[in-house]
Design a binder for this molecule. Sequence first.
Ligand SMILES: *[C@@H]1O[C@H](CO)[C@@H](O)[C@H](O)[C@H]1NC(C)=O
Ligand SMILES: *[C@@H]1O[C@H](CO)[C@@H](O)[C@H](O)[C@H]1NC(C)=O
Ligand SMILES: *[C@@H]1O[C@H](CO)[C@@H](O)[C@H](O)[C@H]1NC(C)=O
Ligand SMILES: *[C@@H]1O[C@H](CO)[C@@H](O)[C@H](O)[C@H]1NC(C)=O
Ligand SMILES: *[C@@H]1O[C@H](CO)[C@@H](O)[C@H](O)[C@H]1NC(C)=O
Ligand SMILES: *[C@@H]1O[C@H](CO)[C@@H](O)[C@H](O)[C@H]1NC(C)=O
Ligand SMILES: *[C@@H]1O[C@H](CO)[C@@H](O)[C@H](O)[C@H]1NC(C)=O
Ligand SMILES: *[C@@H]1O[C@H](CO)[C@@H](O)[C@H](O)[C@H]1NC(C)=O
Length: 764
Amino acid sequence: MRLLSIILITAIALLFPCKFSNASVSDLHGVETPADTQESAVRDLIIRTIGEDASKHFVVYVDKTMPLRSFQIKKTEASTLSIVGSDGVSVAKGFHHYLKYYLQKHIDWTHTKVELQLPIQLPNVTIFSKSASRFIYYQNVCTWSYSFAWWSFPIWRRHIDWMAMMGITLTLAPIQEYIWHDIYVEMGLTKDEIDEHFAGAAFQAWQRMGNIRGWGGPIPHSYRRMQKVLQQRILKAERDLGMRVALPAFAGHVPVAMARIFPNITFTPVERWNHFPDKYCCGLFLDPSEPLFRQIAVKFLNKTIETYGSDNIYFCDPFNEIQPRLATADYMNATAFHIHESMRLVDDSAVWLLQGWMFVKNMFWTDDLIEAFLLAVPLGEMLVLDLQSEQFPQYERTHSFHGQPFIWCMLHNFGGTLGMHGSVDIINTNVRLARNMINSSMVGVGITAEGINQNYVMYELALERGWLLDDFDLNDWFETYADVRYSIRDVRLHSAWQLLRQSVYSYKGLLKLRGKYCIARRPSINLSPWVWYNTTNVSNAWAQMIAVLGNTTIPQYNRPFATHDLVDLTRQFLQITFDQLYVNLMTAYRSKNMEKYVYIVDKMLEALNDLETILATNMEFSLSRWLEAAKILGRTPVEKQLYEMNARNQITAWGPNGQIVDYATKQWSGIVIDYYRPRWVLFLKMLQKSLEHNEKFNEEAFKRTVSEEIENPFSISTKVYPTEPVGDTLTVAKQIFHKWTTYTDDSRFKKYCNKPIRIVYVNI
Ligand SMILES: *[C@@H]1O[C@H](CO)[C@@H](O)[C@H](O)[C@H]1NC(C)=O
Ligand SMILES: *[C@@H]1O[C@H](CO)[C@@H](O)[C@H](O)[C@H]1NC(C)=O
Ligand SMILES: *[C@@H]1O[C@H](CO)[C@@H](O)[C@H](O)[C@H]1NC(C)=O
Ligand SMILES: *[C@@H]1O[C@H](CO)[C@@H](O)[C@H](O)[C@H]1NC(C)=O
Ligand SMILES: *[C@@H]1O[C@H](CO)[C@@H](O)[C@H](O)[C@H]1NC(C)=O
Ligand SMILES: *[C@@H]1O[C@H](CO)[C@@H](O)[C@H](O)[C@H]1NC(C)=O
Ligand SMILES: *[C@@H]1O[C@H](CO)[C@@H](O)[C@H](O)[C@H]1NC(C)=O
Ligand SMILES: *[C@@H]1O[C@H](CO)[C@@H](O)[C@H](O)[C@H]1NC(C)=O
């Protein structure tokens, strides 16, 4: 182990010799935040987490002379534990390590408050731990729209505490509209031109990247001001804890009105993205080699730094899902060179944080073009996020990004959809393999989910794995996860989590997972559901969970975790069941077996009802939480309605007319009853009619009707949903369990629903 770390350090040293006059990734050590500020920030974090009284047992220090990203835990007196770290985040990480592994207390995205019984029994341990990753990274530009769109500072406060306790040292701050507004006004754009440019509150991420414009807008200026202040508070909280935050830089995307102001400059219209109509697409791209690019870039970065301060790291992606104008190495070199130069004009220590996503499965990016793009910037002055290393890693193909440092990221989730899945073995093993590659330029591990609040286990695993040098014993890791999450040791819970680990969480394939299971998809006769695991494992895990919760008392503090997981497992069971019903429905339809058809339709509608019922028992699976958070941001009824439309549209039609329908679909109560169920009812009726009249099913007519009558109206509805849970999770889960056990044991079910879901096991 020691040998490995020596090799690693030597490899990094070889890669980043001190040949640059400018700063580089290897100089991005700690932030400037003084040790005592970080100390008091982490002290406050501990108070928020365990309360004032319990916090007195923890003495924390930040010692910047300690090895980078390390902590030391010691029991100094009978009732005092000392945690010293190289920075606030490392102390918080050490604190969480002790909390999890010695006090058996769990935190997650939604719960970061822990109750400790006083006086605390503090196990005497002496631990020194140093992160194997220089950076532990979190966030995706899309997370800000899919998950954070409506967050206020108190939610951020809790989230930043979670980030620190997970050891996250590098993150993003993409809010930039207030600054752009100033610049556009200064350049002479009219209010209308500006309003046509900025996208709505739920769609900012894609407008920032140049994919769309205007959709969901216009945004009131007060909203931009509010966002600016919010981001200032977020940044302060993150930096106080010792995190480093990447700020946006100019990538070349400008409003269409720029062509009016600069008639003599050639702008390239961005190609249409996902069939968005002209009104909402095809903004302009300004080539970074144009002198105007430099002017705008410098002005923007200058204002950004004045507004938000700087940690010398800036992100920008000129070609995210956008095809470059020219496929030549010269063009790639010039583009990347000038983007980086424009950063350096403002900050000569600038490091460019780049998403490697554009290289993934894109024929355009030949090896030569990638190399020209990456090497246009001095080695070490670019930091690449290998965005989905668990499925489509680019570090091998690009020979470790030709020496540019990179972060191994787990993307895992698109659009914040639900559905259990993950690749635990790949994460466990490949982090090590990537670090140990010859000439590896890997400098960290990260999570880059487009949306959060699903599959919590995966994120905890990936972040912990990032800190460590060696692989986990996954068996042990999952067992501890179950013990700590529910605060009881029970073999049935161990077994449930091992079943999940070996099924839903064992994905190794190359088919893309996009969270669109039949239940949550626009119905069609051409769906082709598939699974990569033995679905019996999931039902068995569900049964175990119900049994445990039925006859064991879970401590109060842990109950929300247990009920959350029970809802999720019940949801997963119904999702799978619905896929299977669909598969058999189609055999009934094709063989024109009306009796079978009617039987299955009945079961499908029941599955939809059951899904709504179980989700409604827990607010974490509710539409109302999302909608209420959006509405609260509006100061007038008109604004409230606009934000509600944004919130609803993003998770359903995604666009004025279903442009990327269901991409960010959510299995939430409220959506099931008013969106999924009506769609299926309509489909099943139309399909039945075609069966009765022996006519071909008119898929096009169905698409038109479902879009006009259900999908698009859902976006503009203002129906209010319950803000409190309805029903008791365990009772409802048990009812659903017994009902479906009875069905599946029934001879008619066995006869009519015997075709399994297609299984795609891929061994790589
Ligand atoms: C903890 O254990 C160490 C090593 O056994 C011992 O030296 C130290 O005195 C103990 N600390 C306390 C507070 O019990
Ligand atoms: C554009 O170019 C023309 C011809 O060279 C020149 O007359 C005009 O002043 C230029 N306009 C601007 C806005 O630079
Ligand atoms: C921004 O520009 C102003 C005026 O030119 C200058 O005084 C200031 O130092 C610049 N700030 C940064 C962060 O470059
Ligand atoms: C890349 O572009 C810059 C700026 O035009 C130039 O100085 C450099 O020589 C180019 N590098 C290569 C490899 O073409
Ligand atoms: C590693 O880097 C060295 C020095 O640049 C080079 O000679 C060697 O070929 C590289 N090895 C591989 C496997 O890329
Ligand atoms: C799935 O697992 C169950 C229980 O372990 C087993 O009985 C069944 O044969 C498995 N099915 C397949 C297709 O592997
Ligand atoms: C889960 O399913 C897989 C695939 O059929 C099977 O190999 C494995 O044994 C099952 N796990 C358990 C614990 O039954
Ligand atoms: C709970 O159920 C399990 C399995 O049926 C049984 O072994 C256990 O004794 C029960 N525990 C309690 C507290 O009833």
